[in-house]
Design a protein around this ligand. Structure first.
Ligand code: ADP
Length: 642
């Protein structure tokens, strides 16, 4: 039994000292930390002196030891009162004279305890431990303790209600006091009531360790300390001390040496362990702080982005009207039937101004489109459309541009007969096309082939995508060449597989590039519909695109640096808009190129009309959940007219 109490005393004293030193080291200049260290020091002394009150071999010194016990208790309670005033915020501001008076009275009582028999007359040993005879002024000591105790309780309660932000910390103090109270009631009142012995009374004293550890934790928490560090440090110090004590209890020098050697190894190991735990936790805490900062910055960026979109939208609206007027009047000026411009130089300058105005109008329209996409105000009116008809219209609209750059546009459907009818009789070109065709043939299983290419979508939007792709092929071709626009039917599984490969490739890239696989529009449009997809591809013999650039092309404002020449001014918005438009039709768009100078192929998929019912059902379902959707998925009726 004695061994248990010796160990308990040792552990509690040691832990209390460790906590005191730990807190002091965390911030030596803080009054809170210093006052706690003093409090912990008195607690550890109290535990030690309390232990001596049970030692038979110290029976001759019991009067002194009991007096010392009371003195330490007085100091301890004073330290607690001081700590309660400071922790976690200095409150209440007690006038200096009251503090001086309180300390003065306490000192008088302490002197009375130590040097007179007015508080303790004498003490002696009973079978359970020490007992003493109270002196005539013992009540002074009792009153002092009650007042100090009440002061701590009231101050802490006041702080609890006053400083809501510090409640968490004060709570730990209450827990500690609660445990101390319950243990003392149990071991000093209830158990003695039934067993008529104070044998276990000292267990109440030991429970002060809970108060100490809870307070230490509350303080260290504000220093970003972690329970794991404190526990590791405490465990390590206890083991180290036990090992150190064992050296002195050795029976031979050899044993002592071996134990010392072992202890040194363990000390070193403990040091490494504590250091690594502390580093790891510090690292994690830093990471957490950084994550929070990043999240904050991200939210801020999103806010800015939304503001920017709104601004671009407003600015574009305002700009479009005057620019359209300029464009209109310039076109009238240049129209011989409407105005007379005789000077050829003037005509040349006017033509330049006119083409610049047109470019400006196009740019503004792009910006407007982007802000509509981002704000979800893009109107998509889907109906059944014949894609081959649409491709022909698109080619007709852009043919004049192709001619300027000596590009021939060829429309090819998957059937050879169609191919022939669309191309001219130039043999070389015919061979070229056949070669391209068989190349595609080997890639795509032709299990689903049909002659009609009908989809369910918005004709204007799809035409915009086709024109954009053909326009790029013209823009990014230097030498005369052929641009092949092809429509094919392929199984949906083929497109899925192709897309999966693209996604897998992009996922290996830096985060910035991964934007290309995040839907530009609402996620529900990402679902493929039906068994078959219609695939439109635009293949050119232009400047080509380096492989690593391929997935980036569909990002907003992305342009392939080295490939932009003065004549091919662009904004890097066309493909982004095309992607959003294709995705709005449950399709995918991607680019293929063998590399620089080897031409490029841009391909996009659209659902086959056979899947119309499925598509309508899916959109209706999305409609029901529209509040949770990204804005773009809002039903068409709510979107603004373009
Ligand atoms: P813009 O043409 O206005 O720059 P786009 O979004 O249409 O914007 O195109 C983005 C970039 O992709 C272009 O700047 C160009 O570098 C590259 N690109 C697009 N189409 C082709 C093509 N057919 N051949 C080579 N590069 C292309």
């Amino acid at each position: 039994m004695d061994l248990v109490f010796i160990s308990l005393t040792g552990i509690v004293t040691l832990l209390t000292i460790i906590f005191g030193i730990r807190v002091l080291l965390a911030d030596k200049n803080s009054k809170i930390n210093r006052s706690f260290a003093i409090f912990a020091l008195f607690i550890s002394l109290w535990v030690l002196v309390d232990f001596s009150l049970y030692q038979i071999w110290l029976s001759n010194y019991q009067t002194f030891l009991n007096r010392l016990d009371l003195v330490i208790i007085s100091f301890m309670i004073l330290a607690m009162a001081y700590f309660s005033t400071l922790f976690p915020k200095y409150f209440p501001r007690i006038p200096r004279w009251i503090t001086i008076l309180a300390v003065f009275i306490s000192l008088i009582v302490i002197l009375l305890i130590l040097f007179s028999n007015k508080i303790i007359v004498s003490a002696w040993m009973e079978d359970y431990g020490s007992n003493f005879k109270q002196g005539s002024l013992f009540f002074l000591f009792a009153i002092l303790q009650v007042i100090s105790g009440l002061y701590c309780a009231i101050v802490l309660l006041l702080k609890y209600f006053r400083f809501k932000e510090d409640r968490d910390q004060i709570k730990y103090l209450f827990y500690g006091i609660g445990v101390l109270f319950v243990f003392n009631m149990l071991f000093n009142i209830f158990i003695p009531m039934f067993t008529h012995s104070f044998r276990y009374g000292r267990l109440g004293t030991y429970s002060s360790i809970f108060l100490v550890s809870f307070i230490a934790y509350a303080i260290l928490k504000t220093h970003l300390f972690n329970l794991r560090i404190i526990l590791t440090e405490s465990a390590v110090v206890i083991i180290d001390v036990i090992l150190a004590v064992q050296i002195f209890t050795s029976h031979s020098t050899m044993e002592a040496l071996l134990r010392a050697l072992f202890a040194v190894c363990v000390f070193y190991g403990s040091y490494i362990l504590v250091r690594s735990v502390r580093r790891e936790i510090q690292f994690r805490q830093e990471l957490q702080v950084m994550t929070e900062q990043l999240a904050h910055a991200n939210a801020h960026l999103k806010e800015l982005d939304a503001m920017k979109t709104e601004f671009v939208s407003l600015a574009s609206h305002e700009l479009l009207t005057p620019v359209s007027a300029i464009e209109g009047y310039l076109s009238m000026l240049l129209d011989e039937k409407m105005a007379k411009l005789e000077d050829p130089k003037a005509i040349k300058y006017m033509t330049n101004v006119y083409s610049s105005a047109k470019r400006l109008a196009r740019l503004i329209a792009d910006m407007l489109n982007i802000s509509r996409i981002e704000e979800g105000r893009l109107l998509v009116e889907k109906k059944e459309i014949d894609l081959s008809e649409l491709v022909k219209q698109a080619i007709d609209e852009i043919k004049f541009k192709a001619e300027e750059k000596k590009q021939r546009i060829v429309f090819a459907k998957s059937q050879i007969s169609n191919l022939k009818s669309q191309t001219n009789s130039n043999d070389q070109n015919q061979n070229e096309l056949n070669a391209q065709k068989s190349e595609t043939n080997s890639e795509i299983p032709r299990s689903v082939r049909d002659d009609d290419y009908v989809t369910y979508g918005d004709a204007d939007k799809i035409k915009e995508v086709i024109i954009n792709l053909i326009g790029n092929s013209i823009k990014y071709s230097k030498n005369p060449g052929t641009i092949v626009v092809r429509i094919e039917k392929v199984p949906t599984a083929w497109v899925k597989e192709k897309w999966q490969k693209i996604e897998d490739d992009i996922k290996k890239r830096p985060l910035d590039d991964q934007e290309a696989i995040h839907s530009a529009v609402d996620e529900h449009f990402r679902n493929f519909v039906g068994q078959t997809q219609l695939m439109i591809s635009v293949k050119d013999q232009g400047i080509g695109i380096p492989k690593e650039e391929l997935p980036r092309l569909f990002k907003k404002f992305h342009r392939v640096g080295d490939y932009t020449t003065a004549e091919s001014q662009g904004t890097g918005l066309g493909l982004y808009i095309s992607r959003a438009l294709v995705e709005l039709h449950h399709g995918r768009i991607w680019a293929d190129s063998e590399g620089e100078g080897k031409g490029s192929t841009f391909t996009f998929s659209l659902p086959d009309i056979a899947a119309k019912e499925e598509l309508l059902k899916m959109e209706a379902q999305a409609d029901i959940k529209k509040d949770q959707l990204k804005p773009l998925a809002r039903p068409v009726k709510e979107a603004e007219e373009i």
